[in-house]
Design a protein around this ligand. Structure first.
Ligand code: PMP
Length: 417
């Protein structure tokens, strides 16, 4: 099927200038070639507005939050709390205090696995995840299950990389305490039908955690419409700073969960006999937070909203379709992950070549891709492969970059054969 996409496409409100011109890191050359960056699922490049916000933060309001009476501390506190309100609006949370700042998706999931696990998991209970989870949505649940005497159940998938949702009818029962699942698979690109999954879980009153690490940079999110109980994502994958992540949780769960870490900020009063914990959201934010990252996440949200996200999603879908079509022409190339609904990620292997060798050769031609298991070893085991080459797309990628990738892949393959 022909895809109607031209190399001059510019679907953004930013208009006129190519989107990549807003990203200083994309202006450079590597090994004498213009950089083409296809490792966006690992982390995105940052627009100048985010970089400027970081410089501005340290040049003006840098100060510790919540503790100071002085001007700078009040400014930093206000800017951090404004981010909380912005994030709440960005994902349509009911309350700003349902937004907890963490270090990233990994810490958000660990927080829920620990604190919700301590609150809800008893011996004989079970936790349901899926066959395509990132290690960070597997291992924290394994630890929680081991600690609490619970067991882990896994929703299987087919060889196209689609979850067998009907299996939920057997997997969910009255001892299931939580279902934790990714929205978009970071190694297959599968876009899971999370609304259907959430509805099924809610029939048993089972709360659902959505790993939105790969969704937040690509599509609008409305936590009230999808009705998830927890949703987690990372700033650095959505054009923002590293070290800042989000945990959204429904108030009713967060209120009942015990704290994750102890220390300053998460308390109301401390006596040697007894400590009284702080209210939401601070109960889960012990110690000095990543203030710069928190404040500057606003600039990333501004960028995403300026696209706006639904247009970015449509553009990236076209780009993915184009890439799939072009790369399928390469002899011996097999796409890993051929779900009907996919987003932004194209994983593949090439007959008689190792993904690592392909990645190294592409790098020398100025193209950044990721190779390996992508922190999804069970997915690689399922397909019986050591790893894949992964091309992950962002809003600044273009069809002409895909064309160059195909040319370079052809070259790499002929060098390796
Ligand atoms: N879940 C998914 C689906 C991911 O793609 C990633 C990052 N590759 C993570 C979780 C972990 O994110 P972070 O390293 O930012 O904590």
């Amino acid at each position: 099927m022909a895809v109607n996409i031209s190399s001059t496409i510019s679907p953004f409100l930013l208009q006129q200038k190519p989107v990549s011109s807003y990203f200083p890191a994309l202006q450079q050359q590597v090994y004498g070639q213009p950089l083409i960056y296809f490792d966006n699922a690992a982390t995105t490049q940052k627009p100048k507005s985010v970089i400027d916000a970081i410089v501005r933060y340290y040049s003006t309001i840098n100060s510790n939050v919540h503790r100071g009476v002085h001007y700078l501390s009040q400014q930093a506190t206000e800017a951090s709390e404004e981010t909380r309100r912005r994030v709440a609006r960005f994902i349509h949370a009911r309350h700003a205090h349902e937004i907890i700042f963490t270090r990233g998706t990994t810490e958000s999931i660990n927080l829920v696995a620990y604190a919700y696990g301590k609150y809800a998991l008893k011996p004989g209970d079970n936790v349901v995840i899926s066959a395509m989870e990132h290690h960070s949505n597997i291992v924290p649940w394994q630890i929680a299950c081991e600690d609490r005497g619970a067991s882990l159940r896994v929703i299987p998938m087919n060889d196209r990389g689609e979850l067998l949702i009907d299996e939920l009818d057997h997997l969910l029962d009255e001892r299931t305490r939580i279902l934790a699942i990714t929205w978009i698979s970071n190694s297959l690109g599968t876009l899971n039908p999370i609304e259907e999954i959430i509805q099924k879980a809610h029939q048993f009153d089972i709360p659902v955690l959505i790993d939105a690490a790969q969704a937040a940079p690509h599509m609008p999110i409305d936590v009230q419409t999808i009705d998830c109980d927890f949703l987690v994502f990372s700033g650095h994958k959505m054009y923002g700073p590293t070290g800042i992540g989000i945990l959204y949780g429904k108030e009713k769960w967060l209120e009942q969960m015990p704290p994750y870490q102890g220390g300053g900020e998460m308390i109301k009063s401390v006596r040697f006999e007894k400590t009284e914990y702080n209210d939401l959201p601070f109960k889960f934010e012990a110690g000095t937070p990543h203030i710069e990252g928190t404040v500057c996440l606003q600039a990333a949200i501004d960028f995403l909203e300026s696209l706006p996200l639904h247009k970015a999603f449509a553009y990236e879908q076209q780009l993915l379709e184009y890439a799939t079509q072009q790369m399928s022409q390469i002899p011996g190339l097999r796409i890993i992950g051929q779900a009907q609904h996919k987003a932004s990620i194209l994983s593949f292997i090439i007959e008689n070549t190792h993904p690592y060798d392909v990645g190294v050769l592409l790098d020398k031609m100025g193209i950044a891709v990721r190779t390996g298991h992508h922190c999804t070893q069970p997915v690689m085991d399922f397909f019986g492969i050591p790893g894949t080459v992964r091309v992950s797309l962002a809003v600044y990628n273009t069809p002409s970059e895909i064309d160059r990738l195909v040319t370079c892949l052809d070259k790499a393959v002929s060098m390796l054969k």
